[in-house]
Design a protein around this ligand. Structure first.
Ligand code: G1P
Length: 300
């Protein structure tokens, strides 16, 4: 049986070039989705899944992230003095406990695989999760488990490596890592776990082995981290996590793809970010009614 997953790696060093100039001075992970930074949703998803330590892989100009997860003493004091105890309590509740977060600088932008490898000392030879904070995966309902929690439940049965996947239109496959299912790609899977025969990063549409994109949630065994140490550059001239996973699989490490329940939003793109804000506004306990009325008005 594979060891439990206690540590999650969240790479947050990217520039956010697709949403410039908004991200010129604000990390893209800190852009608000209704009333909290996009990153808070991803941290909440990790904690809900039982993660006990989060390793943020940061870069220059990302200090706002570390500050956000610190106590804001003056602010919380002032809120308490003004009897705004609800929001003060919410700020406290959302903060992971002291000593449960690490911040590691990725000194040069050499790709996702390199970013993950920067966490190797802290992960320390254990299996680990990776969550790409560009992507928010919204559960289908308020009492539905998040994507990583669903994967953790599957992991208890299967062990090994698990990659979250979702089907996308053919024209979009070249933007993502894509898995090759072990069975005919056309045949529907029996359940959420999909046996795999391989994977490839950003294939040309005609070479894509399926329409299952890799969404940005992973449970990985230590051999993937080990292989990242020697991973050569791949698609886009970057060190790719997908390539190291493919090598681990070729060397016999067990992999499953996992078709999760949830809606994913790519907050690193303008339209994806807008969709994330819209979807979360429509379901928000405080402004949901108002947001729905507004959408109805706009649609005339
Ligand atoms: C990364 C991964 C890719 C994955 C994608 C999900 O690509 O390399 O396999 O499908 O995230 O968003 P990026 O978006 O960083 O180019």
């Amino acid at each position: 049986m594979s060891a439990p997953i206690k540590t999650a790696v969240l790479p947050v060093a990217g520039f956010g070039t697709r949403v410039l100039p908004a991200t010129k001075t604000i990390p893209k992970e800190m852009l608000p989705v209704v009333d909290r930074p996009a990153l808070q949703y991803v941290v909440d998803e990790a904690l809900e899944a039982g993660i006990e330590h989060i390793v943020f892989i940061t870069g220059r100009n990302k200090n706002a992230i570390e500050d956000y997860f610190d106590e804001a003493f003056e602010l919380e004091e002032a809120l308490a003095r003004r009897n705004k105890t609800d929001i003060a309590a919410e700020l406290k509740r959302l903060r992971p406990k002291e000593g449960t977060m690490s911040f590691v600088r990725q000194q040069s932008a050499r790709g996702l695989g390199h970013a993950v490898w920067c966490a190797r000392d802290i992960v320390g030879g254990q299996p680990f999760a990776v969550l790409l904070p560009d992507v928010i995966v919204k559960p289908l309902g308020p009492s539905e488990p998040g994507c990583l929690k669903q994967m953790m439940d599957a992991y208890v049965q299967t062990g090994g490596n698990i990659i979250a996947v979702d089907e996308v239109p053919e024209r979009d496959v070249s933007k993502y890592g894509v898995i090759a299912p072990a069975r005919n790609p056309g045949s529907p899977p029996d359940g959420p776990l999909i046996a795999m025969s391989g994977m490839v990063e950003k294939p040309a549409m005609e070479d894509a082995p399926s329409r299952y994109k890799i969404t940005g949630r992973y449970i990985l065994q230590p051999e993937v981290m080990d292989l990242l140490a020697t991973q050569e550059t791949g698609a886009g001239g970057e060190i790719q996590l997908t390539d190291a996973m493919a090598r681990a699989m070729d060397a016999g490490s067990p992999f499953h793809a996992f078709a999760y329940r949830g809606d994913d939003y790519d907050c690193g793109s303008k339209l994806g970010y807008f969709e994330a804000v819209l979807a979360h506004a429509l379901d928000h306990p405080e402004i949901g009614d108002g947001a729905r009325a507004l959408v109805d008005r706009v649609r005339g």
